[in-house]
Design a protein around this ligand. Structure first.
Ligand code: HEM
Length: 428
């Protein structure tokens, strides 16, 4: 087996492990259960994730912290937009230790505002659009879609959706071209995320693996940064930006940049893979919608938003109350966590008409799949552009459809939902 093929197999295994971890004992389709709870107990005492043996972001560290789960769109939205009263530090309780607690998502107050403002420029739309033609499209076409095309069949998970997002951000960072490292880095990122487990005995093993993956990733990233700095090459990419960035009159060291880059690798790969995978499953289930998109590519952006609404990758987020706060008549005491069901909020009938339906032209409201407010995903434009380019290229494979020789994939899980394979065929 070639190193590249072996790398892909390992990557797929690590991806399935994360899917299994966050599926727990939940049924494949949790949405009817969300609908019932949203109607009966929209502010529920306890964490619904805990009930299904899924690691809870709201109490990753298992301190026995009190948790409430919020199911309504307006409640989730109000928490996400208010970073004064709802704090994010708990987001580091799980695998934070594996990345030296360097997670923008887990920062609060001034520290968060300062780092976010500093890091934001390369992630803004004008830069990302510029990258699209120069970088993203050639990678997706030449390294993936054109390679698969003559085969007439593929597993869209392993052969495409797992590797391409990490490959793209790798290029965006300005790392040297090296597909084996891409796969290794993506696997380490997944092992970091798979650290927290419901079963404490299993967690002892996975947290050790998570810490080890964090160390490996860091020690492989730092020499790349050092080599780039030593080369003196000035290029318009993330490393170039970070090397020249100025925080309080000081430049970042290679190690400090290494911490940022590791955090971004965690945030950028799997999330995009899963969102793309879940979008493709939903579209392949609806050949009529796929055909509509094939004929009108201007609808691709709507397809991304709508499939991510129906099945968000980040199905749950969490915050801690900075003071006593009442929601829907329930008192949430200072220090208590809230587990925010994005999956439920995104299908709240008070906000979305016929919420279970895949409806590209639906009147849009702010969709919470990239979060909302001050912590809203910093890489959203990159992820959306990647998904747009990737879907556009796949639509050029004639008559793309599920391979009838395989069972149809079913998206599963409570959080970080996904499937193990999407076997497809097309005409050649
Ligand atoms: C479709 C793919 C993606 C999804 C579904 C996603 C989802 C999210 C969500 C829900 C949050 C908010 C977390 C919270 O409020 O606690 C977030 C934050 C973040 N994301 Fe993404 N993300 C994606 C892709 C990316 C990419 C490609 C990058 C980087 C290149 C990235 C970098 C970040 C960063 C740095 C944050 C932290 C922002 C902050 O706390 O201020 N994400 N993401």
């Amino acid at each position: 087996m070639s190193d590249l093929h072996e790398g892909l197999e390992t990557l797929a295994k690590d991806f399935h492990a994360v899917t299994d971890t966050y599926a727990g004992t939940a049924v494949t389709d949790p949405y009817p259960m969300f609908a019932e709870l949203r109607a009966t107990t929209p502010v529920m005492k306890g964490d619904i994730l805990d009930r299904y043996r899924v690691p809870s972001q709201a109490d990753y560290a298992r301190q026995g912290r009190e948790v409430h789960t919020l199911f309504r769109y307006n409640d989730v939205y109000n928490v996400l937009k208010d970073d004064e009263n709802w704090l994010s530090y708990i987001m580091a309780d799980g695998f934070g230790a594996s990345v030296d607690n360097m997670l923008l998502t887990a920062m609060d107050g001034e520290t968060h505002h300062k780092y976010r403002a500093l890091m934001q420029p390369p992630f803004l739309m004008p830069t990302v659009r510029r990258m699209m033609d120069a970088l993203i499209k050639p990678i997706i076409d030449n390294e993936y879609v054109n390679v698969m095309r003559p085969d007439g069949k593929a597993d869209l998970v392993r052969d495409f959706s797992l590797p391409f997002p990490i490959r793209v951000v790798y290029a965006f960072f300005g790392f040297p071209e090296d597909n084996e490292s891409v796969m290794k880095f993506a696997s380490w990122a997944l092992r970091i995320v798979a650290g927290p487990q419901y079963d404490p005995e299993v967690q002892k093993i996975t947290m050790a693996a998570s810490m080890e993956a964090g160390i490996q990733l860091f020690y492989h990233v730092v020499p790349i940064i050092a080599a780039r700095r030593a080369s003196g090459v000035q290029r318009d990419d993330l490393l170039g930006f970070m090397i020249n960035a100025d925080l309080d009159g000081k430049r970042f060291t290679d190690e400090e940049i290494g911490h940022f880059v590791r955090m971004l690798l965690l945030a950028a790969g799997e999330t995009t893979s899963r969102s793309f995978i879940n979008m493709m499953v939903q579209l392949l289930e609806r050949p009529d919608v796929l055909e509509k998109l094939r004929n009108d590519r201007s609808l691709i952006g709507k397809a991304i938003t709508e499939t991510m609404r129906r099945d968000p990758t980040a199905g749950f987020l969490a915050r801690a109350a900075a003071k006593d706060i009442e929601i829907g008549g329930v008192l949430i005491k200072e220090g208590t966590s809230v587990s925010l069901s994005i999956g439920s909020a995104n299908r709240d009938p008070e906000v979305y008409e016929r919420p279970d339906e895949l409806w590209l032209e639906r009147p849009m409201r702010p969709v919470l799949s990239f979060g909302f407010g001050p912590h809203m995903c910093m890489g959203m434009h990159i992820a959306r552009v990647e998904m747009e380019v990737a879907l556009n290229s796949l639509l050029d494979l004639p008559n793309l459809r599920f391979d009838p020789a395989f069972p149809k994939p079913e998206i599963r899980g409570m959080n970080l939902r996904g499937v193990d394979a999407i076997n497809v065929i097309w005409d050649i």
